[in-house]
Design a protein around this ligand. Structure first.
Ligand SMILES: NC(=O)c1ccc[n+]([C@@H]2O[C@H](COP(=O)([O-])OP(=O)(O)OC[C@H]3O[C@@H](n4cnc5c(N)ncnc54)[C@H](OP(=O)(O)O)[C@@H]3O)[C@@H](O)[C@H]2O)c1
Length: 335
C-alpha cells in the first residue's frame, strides 16, 4: 500500500504546495473549504441569492491553489452538492481533476440495508455532484444502526467499485476508529481520515489522544468548525449577541475565558498581520490537522488562505493552549 502523509511535518511552514496524501492516494493542500454553508437554511440562513457568493468562494479557492471542498449529502438536503456541480461546469476536465471533492454518507436510523443503502446514497451524491467518483467518502457520524464492520464492508464495496478514491469517517472515537481501521484493513482498504470538531474551543481530540492514535494508524484528521463557527474571528466579541443558529454552541463558553483567548488571538493577529481566523486555522495545522474553514464568500476563502505561509512558534501555541476550551463529547461527537 502507498504510504499516507497525514500532516504538515513539525517545523515546516505550510504553503499551498505543502502536500498531505490521504491514504497515500489523494494529494491535498493543508487547508480545505467547508461547504455546509452552501444551501443550509437552519444554521447558516441560506437563501438562493447567496449562491453567487458561494460560487465566488468556490472559484477563489481554485484560484488560490486550495481547491479542496468538503460537502455532505445532507447539507441543504443535497443543495450543497448540486451547487458544487453547477460551479464546476465552466472548468475544463484538467482543472476539474485538480479539484478535490469530499462528501459524506448520513447514517439515518432507517438506513439498515447495507451495503445497498450506502451504495445507493453514494450514487445519488455522485449524480448531484455530476461526477463519476469522489476523492473522499466519509461516514458522517458513528450513529449508524449497524455494527462498524458492516459499514466498513459497504465502504470497501464502494472503493472496489471505483466510486470513491479513499474512504473516511467523521466524529468517530478512538475505539470506533480502531474498529473501522481493522475492518477495512481486512478488505485491503486503508482508512484515510477522521473528520472531527477541533478548534481552540474544542481541543478534546488532542487531549483524548485521538489525533495521536489516528496519526499512528496513518489516518489524517480533518478539523471541522476550526474557527469555532465564527467566534474565533473575534467579530462577535465574548458576550454576543450571537446569531440564532449558533447560540447553543456559544452560550456554553465561559465569557472570561473566551475574553482571554480572543485577546491572545488578537495580539497574534497584529503580530502576523493576518485576521484572527488565520491564526486559529494555523493553530489547527500546527496541531497536525487539516482545517476545513466554512466559507460563505470569496473573502472568507482569502482570509482562510492567510493561514498559510507562516507558522506559530511553540510559545505562541502554548499561550493559546492555556486559554483554549476542552469541550465535550455528545451523541453526535464521539471523537
Ligand atoms: N462532520 C461534521 O459533523 C461537521 C460538522 C460541522 C461542520 N463540518 C464541516 O466543517 C466545515 C466548517 O465548519 P463550520 O462551518 O461549522 O465552522 P467554521 O469553519 O469554524 O466557521 C465558519 C463560519 O465562520 C464565519 N467566518 C469564516 N471565516 C470568516 C472570516 N474570515 N471572517 C468572518 N467570518 C468568518 C462564517 O460565518 P458568518 O459569516 O455567517 O458569521 C463561516 O460560515 C463545514 O462547512 C463542513 O464542511 C462538518
Amino acid at each position: 500500500m502507498p504510504e499516507a502523509v497525514v500532516k504538515v511535518k513539525e517545523g515546516v511552514v505550510p504553503t499551498k504546495d505543502t502536500r498531505i496524501v490521504l491514504a497515500g492516494v489523494v494529494s491535498v493542500p493543508p487547508i480545505a473549504i467547508g461547504a455546509w454553508q452552501w444551501g443550509d437554511k437552519h444554521v447558516w440562513n441560506w437563501t438562493p441569492e447567496a449562491e453567487k457568493d458561494a460560487n465566488e468562494a468556490f472559484d477563489k479557492a481554485f484560484e488560490l491553489g486550495i481547491p479542496f471542498y468538503d460537502t455532505a449529502e445532507v447539507y441543504g438536503d443535497g443543495e450543497s452538492e448540486r451547487e458544487i456541480s453547477r460551479f464546476r461546469q465552466k472548468y475544463t476536465q484538467e482543472q476539474k481533476e485538480q479539484q478535490i471533492i469530499a462528501t459524506k454518507y448520513f447514517p439515518h436510523k432507517h438506513r439498515t440495508n447495507f451495503p445497498d443503502v450506502l451504495l445507493s446514497a453514494l450514487k445519488d451524491s455522485l449524480a448531484r455532484l455530476g461526477t463519476m467518483n469522489v476523492d473522499l467518502y466519509q461516514i458522517h457520524a458513528a450513529i449508524h444502526p449497524v455494527e462498524i464492520e458492516v459499514v466498513a464492508n459497504a465502504l470497501a464495496d464502494a472503493h472496489e467499485a471505483g466510486l470513491v478514491k479513499t474512504v473516511g469517517v467523521s466524529n468517530y472515537s478512538k475505539e470506533e476508529v480502531q474498529r473501522m481501521y481493522d475492518a477495512l484493513k481486512k478488505r485491503g482498504v486503508p482508512l484515510a481520515s477522521n473528520q472531527v470538531c477541533f478548534s481552540l474551543i474544542r481541543t478534546l481530540p488532542e487531549k483524548s489522544g485521538l489525533i495521536k492514535l489516528c496519526h499512528d494508524l496513518g489516518v489524517a484528521i480533518l478539523a471541522y468548525s476550526p474557527i469555532g463557527m465564527g467566534i474565533l474571528t473575534g467579530k462577535f466579541g465574548s458576550k454576543g449577541p450571537w446569531p440564532e443558529g449558533r447560540k447553543e454552541t456559544f452560550d456554553s463558553l465561559d465569557t472570561d475565558q473566551l475574553e482571554r483567548l480572543l485577546s491572545v488571538l488578537k495580539a497574534l493577529s497584529e503580530k502576523y498581520q493576518r485576521p484572527q481566523s488565520a491564526i486559529a486555522l494555523n493553530w489547527c495545522i500546527v496541531k497536525g490537522t487539516i482545517p476545513l474553514g466554512g466559507a460563505r464568500t470569496a473573502q472568507h476563502v482569502e482570509q482562510n488562505r492567510m493561514a498559510l505561509n507562516f507558522r506559530l512558534n511553540d510559545s505562541e501555541v502554548a499561550e493559546l493552549d492555556k486559554h483554549a476550551f476542552e469541550g465535550t463529547t455528545s451523541e453526535w461527537k464521539h471523537g
